[in-house]
Design a protein around this ligand. Sequence first.
Ligand code: ZN
Ligand code: ZN
Length: 356
Amino acid sequence: MRLRKLREKLAADGLDAMLVTQPQNARYLSGFTGGNGVVLVVTPREAIAVTGFIYREQIQREAPDWELVEVKNKLVSAFPDLIARLGARRIGFESTHVTVDRHREWAEALTDCELVPVKDVVEDLRAVKDEEEIGVIEKAVAVADAAFAHIVEFIRPGMMEKEVGWELEAYMRTHGAEKVSFDIIVGSGPNGAMPHATVSERVIRAGEPIVMDLGAVVDGYCSDMTRTIVIGEPDDTFRAVYDTVLRAQIHAEAKIMPGMTGQEADAIAREIITEAGYGEAFGHSLGHGVGLAVHEKPRVTHMQDGNTLVPGMVFTVEPGVYLPGWGGVRIEDVVVLREDGCQVLTRSSKEPVVPL
Ligand code: ZN
Ligand code: ZN
């Protein structure tokens, strides 16, 4: 199915073959989990995995339907004979992943061919998930939900952000995650004003906002969630900001529909935050696709003409407000777009106050 769709795209673009090297794209097409150790060659009829000794057995096991070409030397050394055998002339490559050096090597090995930069072909296929993929993402979401429920019991004033981050990571890795999807963020007090502040040795205090952003990887698929809490009594700023961000998120999750562009979806939340006077403090996109990568298509952003959202897309809805010197509030769910709107996969509580 995935290969068939890729081949339709190759035919439409007049390509005789495509070289796939981006690790998540290679995994999506073949099942091979070994990252950069393979070049996939896809033609209208053939599906070939070019690799070295190290990954030979793994590819046979994970991608049994693919013809294996084992190379003793650099992978590119197989190209002249292989491409001649396939009779390919116009060959697509992934321009966002192939380095300038690698491109030069390939061009030198394939002097009779035209190397055509191709962008987002497999990425566009990956943006729309099948039910099996959605089921795996639900598991990854559930691991992060469980970690958050655990951390609410664990976290106390006097702990360092780093300790809380490690507890979240350890919990996920011992409760079903193969790894975490990205460096966990625990942004306490003023640190929360930096949307991607990871963790520091800052000691958490009662009464300040704490932004926690975490995700688990299950069977290669990522989850991504954020909750903002306060231990003890929040200040008035927190109440106003939190209420705004939560309203924006709930509204967006209720109103985003298939057929909208990512920009239109983003605007639903942005309008509410802007009307409340915090528009300048919401400097990032409303969301992003989640799958084999934690940031993938579709884009749900105000920044550029976006893609159209269609059923089967899985993405985050994560409005945020960041006030330098004070802190931040972000609330992030993973949703799957259905015919009738968003199905929210993240189940964690959005009650921000944790009793002292
Ligand atoms: Zn996140
Ligand atoms: Zn996110």
